[in-house]
Design a protein around this ligand. Structure first.
Ligand SMILES: NC(=O)c1ccc[n+]([C@@H]2O[C@H](COP(=O)([O-])OP(=O)(O)OC[C@H]3O[C@@H](n4cnc5c(N)ncnc54)[C@H](O)[C@@H]3O)[C@@H](O)[C@H]2O)c1
Length: 362
């Protein structure tokens, strides 16, 4: 279970009311999806796929009979199975969504692709970059889509920030600095780095066009052998820098990102329900610099504004895009290559963390 949440605002019981829609959509322009994994995150995936036009959830698979019982209550009539091979090999399934722990992603995705299915797979894409490379190559060879669930890219906040970066409002970027901390939820199979940092690394990858050059990470573990707090720094060309603080041992939940540009700076507080983004017309100008000891700076402090942020559930936007990419044979922006870039950064950060902050070049 990811300790972060773009979790639904809908009451859990609400999903069942739509179940009579299953199977009523036209076959020709419908993508039939099988979902593997109905633990914490899986129900959100099924609920959102289920509400989409041009999509039919035909099967849910989980090794746990208790999980399938929950699915049966919400979606009577859907094929429920504990055997993933039944879904991966079914001719009635066009695409498979893999919502299981990270160490299972590679084997499940590989088998799905080998059986001609498009793949939606949870973050982080895979446990190693070699696995991610193999899947990207396999999907290309089979002309199949891979989409990696980098959910935040589809949130109204990140879409708005991307707009502000793209239209030059912020000016050239100086830094990206995010804090994603809370108490728990401890994972038994991955560290806080592999659990929470994929969110921030995928957002950074989406906003900063330059290729990262090097990574430094420090961190520590206090309760088992997996890091429960980590500080990651990513270096880019032209002194652009990104920093991430991820921590499962924080007494309070914080989801705040600062993005500094030459012309404007912004604060994104994802926990603020009304004003998630505030843009500050603040900055520093060097007005005269005759020598390094004669630095004249002036500070600019202008208006603050809060752009409107679309409140549509990010997963809905993302899954709609997945279906659209399949039907129109388009490559999604959060494809296997994007997932691979994030896994490469995680591997480098892990290597640096193990070496107590040694610089790892990318
Ligand atoms: N995008 C996000 O914001 C977000 C949020 C939460 C979790 N996640 C990701 O979702 C994935 C699952 O996380 P979770 O919190 O739901 O985990 P979970 O442990 O709550 O659920 C995983 C489910 O998969 C089932 N499962 C495991 N292996 C299986 C197999 N081979 N065949 C069939 N079923 C199998 C388990 O029985 C369990 O019910 C992880 O990769 C996690 O990083 C993403």
């Amino acid at each position: 279970m990811d300790s972060d949440s773009l979790a639904p605002t809908m009451p859990a019981g609400a999903v069942g009311s739509e179940s009579n829609l299953v199977g009523t959509k036209p076959r020709s322009a419908t993508v039939r999806v099988g979902v593997i994994g109905y633990g914490y995150w899986g129900p959100n995936i099924v609920r959102n796929f289920h509400g989409l036009e041009h999509c039919e959830v035909v099967a849910v698979c989980d090794k746990s009979p208790a999980a399938l019982k929950r699915a049966a209550r919400s979606y009577p009539g859907i094929l429920l199975t504990t055997d993933f091979a039944e879904v991966l090999r079914s001719p009635d399934v066009d695409a498979v969504a893999i919502i299981t722990p990270v160490w299972t992603h590679f084997d499940l995705a590989k088998e799905a692709l080998e059986n001609g299915k498009h793949v939606f797979v949870e973050k982080p894409f895979t446990s190693t970059s070699a696995q991610a490379e193999e899947l990207v190559e396999l999907a290309e060879r089979k002309n199949l889509r891979i989409m990696v669930d980098h959910t935040f890219l589809f949130s109204g906040a990140v879409r708005k920030i991307r707009e502000l970066v793209d239209n030059g409002t912020l000016g050239p970027l100086y830094y990206y600095d995010s804090t994603r901390v809370n108490l728990g939820l401890f994972q038994h199979d991955v560290s806080v780095l592999w659990d929470l940092a994929p969110h921030d690394l995928s957002i950074m990858d989406h906003l900063i066009v330059e290729k990262p050059e090097a990574v430094v990470a420090t961190g520590s573990n206090h309760l088992n052998h997996l890091a429960d707090m980590a500080f990651i720094t990513v270096y880019f060309p032209n002194n652009v820098i990104a920093h991430f603080n991820v921590n499962w041992l924080s007494p309070v939940k914080v989801r705040t990102t600062l993005i500094g540009g030459r012309d404007k700076m912004l604060v994104w507080n994802d926990l603020d329900p009304d004003e998630k983004i505030k843009v500050y017309d603040k900055g520093v100008n060097i007005t005269k610099r005759e020598s390094v000891y004669d630095l004249l700076v002036s500070y600019r402090s202008g208006d603050v504004w809060g752009p409107k942020v679309d409140a549509t559930e990010a997963l809905k936007v993302e899954l709609e895009y997945f279906i659209d990419c399949i039907l129109k044979e388009r490559t999604p922006s959060n494809d296997g290559a994007a997932g691979l870039r994030v896994v490469r950064l995680l591997e480098a950060a892990e290597q640096s963390l193990q070496a107590r902050g040694q610089l790892v070049r990318l």
